[in-house]
Each structure stands twice: as structure tokens, then as C-alpha cells.
Design a protein around this ligand. Sequence first.
Ligand code: FES
Length: 183
Amino acid sequence: MTLLEGEREVILKHVKEILDDRGTSRENLIPVLQQVQDKLGYLPDLAMQKIAAGLDIPTVDVYGIATFYNQFRMNPPGDHQFKVCMGTACYMVGGNIAIESFERRLEIREGETTPDRKFSLERVACVGCCTMAPVVLVDEEVEGHVTPTRVDGILLAFETETEKEEGKNGEGIEEKEERRSDA
Ligand code: FES
């Protein structure tokens, strides 16, 4: 994933601080990965390369560990996160259909984030609302009985919200310009 402006510096700063604090013993790899993820929300490639260099471990081994444990995420969390329950009850009544609907509409795969970092999609285990299956957590709000049409509705609500925001911003700019031309 492409880094945002200024993100490179932030990654380098945090990785350095954490390595300075933890020391460079190889057995610190997992705690270092955990701490870096806590700070950055995910493990960017650049961070893993720097950790590998700092701990003198081949980069491929750092990737191996990070991808082996599902506590680690390789993609940044989106501004809005969709977590589709794939517990048995949800799976049986269409959890996989819900996840496919999100994948199609967002043009990403489960575990990924849209290039603009607005949305991320992941699967989770039972969230304890099986009577509402299939369930999706939308920014931690529980949505039950999620059909493909409901997925469209959820995304449409976000699109409408964005348009309103952009409209507001646009108005602000126009108003400012009007004020300037009146002056
Ligand atoms: S299996 Fe999805 S909420 Fe329990």
C-alpha cells in the first residue's frame, strides 16, 4: 500500500524509538511487532524492513512471523471498518455472501483496505449476536440480517455522508470567495 504524505517519517520514528527501548535481541521480534502495530495500526513494509535490519533477522523471516499470527495486520485500518462475522451461524445463512458483496462493491479482498484508506474489510469470529445472523460490524455497530441489498444500503449511506461533507466544504470555499470578491 502506498504510504501517505509524511507517513514514512512517522514509521521510521516509531520503529527507532521502539527498537531503542526494547533492545535489538532477536527474541524481541514479536513484542516489537506488537508495539509497532499498536503505534501505527498495522505493519507497513517499511517498518518490517527496519525491524529486520534492527534485529539482524532476514526480512523474509519477519514477514513469515507477521503473516503467521493473525493478530498482525499488513494493511492499514480504513476510516470505516467492516467486520463480517464468519462464525458458524452467520456462515450458514450467508456470511460469505455478505463478504463477497463488500468485496465486489469495494473492489478489495477480505483483509484489505481501499487505496484511499476509507474502508477496510475483514472477517471475524462469532460476535455473540447469532440470532441476527448474518452479522456485520460497521465501525463496531452491529448490523444484522445483512443481505447484498443491505450491503448496498450501508455503502450508500457512507457515500451520501461523503457527498454532504464535500458539499459543505464546497459551500465554505464559495462563501469565502464571495466574501473576497465583495471586499
Ligand atoms: S456466528 Fe455470527 S454472531 Fe455468532
